[in-house]
Every structure is written in C-alpha cells, then in structure tokens.
Design a protein around this ligand. Structure first.
Ligand code: TRP
Ligand code: SF4
Length: 405
C-alpha cells in the first residue's frame, strides 16, 4: 500500500449492533472484512444510530449488543492494528455531515429508496413513520462520504443505499465544487506537484479526456493520491480537473458486493436469527454438536438402510461449505447406497464446525474477560476515524460558507 493512505483505496463498512454474531455473519461478512483489512485502508464501525432509527423505543439493549458484537469481530480475526474499529456515535461529525447533506437532498430521493417502504411493511409492529427512519440512507451516505471511502463492502440489500450515496455526492460536488476561478486554481495546483509529476498529470488527463482512457484516469488519481504536498482543496481540484468537472469534495464510492452467504442454517434455510436456525460463534461446543446431530436429514431415510439423496438434505449443504472432495464423494455414495448412517455422515461436519469455532471462542473469552482492552481498542479507533472525519468537515463547512475562520 502507498505510504499515504489513498482515498480510492479506502474501504468503509458498518453493521448495526445486533448482539452476538453467528456463522452466517462469519462466512458472509467477517471473512471478507478480514481479507480486505490486509489489502486496503479499512474503517469498520458499529452503526448504533442506525439501530435507533428502528429501535428507538427499546434502547436498553443497544449498549450490550454493541460490545458483544465488537468482541465477536475481534474474536473472528478483525484486527485493530490493520483496520480502524469504531462506534458511529463516537464520531459525532457523522451527524453534522448528515444534517448538512439533508439541506440539499431532495425528499423524493429518500422516499424512493426501496428499503423505506419495504421495511415499513415488514416491520408493521413498529412505527417507522419517523424523520430518522426516512433519513436512514442519508445517514449511511454521511458515514461513507465523511471518510471519502472508495469502496463499500455490502450485501445486495444495501446496494441502493450506496447508489443514493453516489447521487448525493454528485449533487454536493455540483453545488459546492464550482468555483469561478476553478481552472486557474487547478493549473496552479498542477504546478505545485513538481515538474515531472505535473507533466505526467497533464499527459494522463489528456489521455482520459481525449481518448477516454480509464487507465489514464486511475493512474492520474493515484498520482494525486500519492502526492503528500498537496492541500486537501488542491487534491479535490486535481481529482475534479482530471475528469473535466469542478472540485470533487466528496468522491463517489463503489459498492463492493459481498456474495450472499451460502451458509445454511440448521434447517437448510439461510442462517438467520429470525429463523431460529443459527449457530452463534460463542455457542457452547457440546450444544453445537448436539444440534448438528439432531438436525433434519433427507426424509426418505426413515430407517438406516433406506437410501437417500444428499440433494434433499440440509446436512449436504453444510458439507458443501466444510468438506473436501473426498468427503463429499463419500457422502454421495454412502447416502445413495445407504452404506453410511446419517450420524456417520454428520460427524465430519461436526468436527469441522467445532474446529472452526475453537480458536474464535478462545479469543472471544480473552476479550470478554478484558473489557478494558476492548474499550481502548474502540476509543483508539474512534479517535483515528475522527481525525479523518474532522478534515472532511473542515472542507465541507468551508465550501458551504460556514467555516468562520
Ligand atoms: N445499513 C447497513 C446495514 O444495515 C449498516 C450501515 C450503516 C452501513 N452505515 C453504513 C454499511 C455505511 C455500509 C456503509 O447493514
Ligand atoms: Fe443427509 Fe448424509 Fe443422511 Fe444422506 S447420509 S440423508 S446426506 S445426513
């Protein structure tokens, strides 16, 4: 990675505090975060304000849920030395950006976000006709834009929110990135890059604008990113000038689609708390083994010598996640020929799940016994995130005319 963390290399993602996590979260989201943390400048946070948008009437669980979830992140291998881990409300600048973005975001954009009506329908028992709930995706936009994140790993259900974020950023830059003397300022900034880089910048800009060469654009962005001498304002101008527009104060992020977790639950449906079919990362191993041994199998196998078909069996889906080809061939043959019993068949899955959980549970115990350490990891991550957020807000206030220096 560059010595200067590049904003296009920055990854941001958040999770609402739902308490202890399960294997679905681990295989779907956390393993992805753990991979990304070594490749990019990562910011991962607990979206506690987002939890309040739907659960404002039961705030008593939030605190415990936040800490349980953070412990599970750490236990799973999210590394506070590689990624910044923080809590949304510990960086109040998110709220400031949210209110400022709300000034220029058309109401219709929020009303049209699909999750707005969907969730209101789905969560009928809650009154979600609130100002905060309508603003949910805009708060998410503020979460993303305040770090100028280039990539946002999310599931399918969140893609519309990243799309909205792009539109909000575009509008913001259009409204506040135009300066009467933009070209002169951009030209002066180019000179500030040094002779060699200035020449290269001009060449890359020409390649992109005249020839539509995307690689030229990316190289140009990297060149600007890597130049530590530029002021924040000049960086934005040079990003904007590359593409031909005005100053890019808030860059548009990309969604990094997280493949839907293939992790099946104990009944063969997707693993989810609402289906009561989960294996939580900190469930007792004896209990986990017991629940795997009693999980349903192909209903055709009533007796030991009735043949079955793995295609009709939720246990097979677990083999798909955990077993190698050899074990899978053994299952296919043994099931169809009734040469193995279902308990025999489940044993390799039991072993694999317990082997996977064991180091996670060991680390979770350590963190759970050391609340002080967990608090200080979050305090440090929140401070580091805040430094970045403060810089963005200085710029945002300036272009919106409220910096009063
Ligand atoms: N809305 C996201 C979810 O429910 C959580 C979230 C809040 C988020 N802010 C974010 C995700 C910013 C990515 C980026 O999963
Ligand atoms: Fe399912 Fe395995 Fe039993 Fe076949 S042998 S029904 S795959 S548990």
């Amino acid at each position: 990675m560059n010595a200067v963390p590049s904003q296009h290399q920055r990854v941001l993602s958040g999770m609402r505090p739902t308490g202890r996590l399960h294997l679905g979260h681990y295989h779907g989201v956390l393993k992805n975060w753990i991979k990304l943390q070594h490749e990019y400048d990562c910011f991962f946070f607990v979206a506690d304000w987002h939890a309040l948008t739907t659960h404002y009437d039961e705030p008593q669980n939030i605190n415990a849920h936040v800490w349980e979830m953070v412990i599970d992140w750490l236990a799973a291998g999210v590394n506070p030395n590689a990624a910044k881990l923080f809590i949304q409300s510990k960086v109040p600048e998110h709220a400031e950006l949210h209110v400022l973005l709300s000034m220029c975001t058309p109401l219709g954009w929020l009303e049209r976000v699909p999750s707005y009506k969907d969730q209101q329908e789905k969560l009928k028992e809650r009154d979600l006709a609130t100002y905060g709930f309508l603003g949910y995706p805009l708060l998410q936009s503020a979460d993303i834009l305040i770090y100028k994140a280039g990539m946002v790993p999310v599931g399918e259900d969140q893609v519309a929110h990243v799309e909205l974020t792009r539109e909000v950023a575009r509008r913001f830059n259009f409204l506040y990135g135009r300066e009467p003397d933009f070209e002169e300022k951009a030209e002066a900034a180019i000179k500030g890059m040094g002779k060699k880089n200035a020449k290269l910048y001009r060449e890359l800009r020409r390649r992109y604008q005249e020839e539509g060469d995307e690689a030229g654009l990316r190289e140009g962005q990297a060149l600007v990113d890597g130049n530590a001498n530029l002021s924040l304002g000049d960086r934005d101008r040079l990003f904007g000038y590359l593409e031909g527009g005005g100053r890019v104060i808030l860059p548009e992020p990309q969604a990094l689609l997280t493949k839907a977790s293939k992790m099946p639950g104990l009944d063969g449906q997707k693993m989810s708390k609402s289906y009561h079919n989960t294996i939580a990362l900190r469930d007792d191993p004896k209990d986990v083994a017991q629940r795997l041994r009693t999980m349903p199998t192909d209903p055709a196998r009533v007796r030991r010598n009735d043949p079955g078909d793995p295609a009709n069996c939720p246990v097979w889906q677990l083999h798909e996640v955990y077993s190698d080809d050899e074990v899978k061939a053994w299952v296919q043959e043994g099931c169809k020929a009734a040469s193995i019993g279902c308990l025999d068949c489940k044993q390799p899955v039991v072993d694999a799940v317990l082997t996977e959980l064991s180091p996670i549970q060991e680390r979770a115990r350590e963190y759970a016994e050391n609340a002080h350490l967990v608090r200080s990891i979050i305090a440090e991550g929140s401070e580091a995130a805040r430094d970045v957020a403060r810089d963005t807000m200085d710029e945002v206030r300036e272009v919106m005319g409220i910096s009063y220096r």
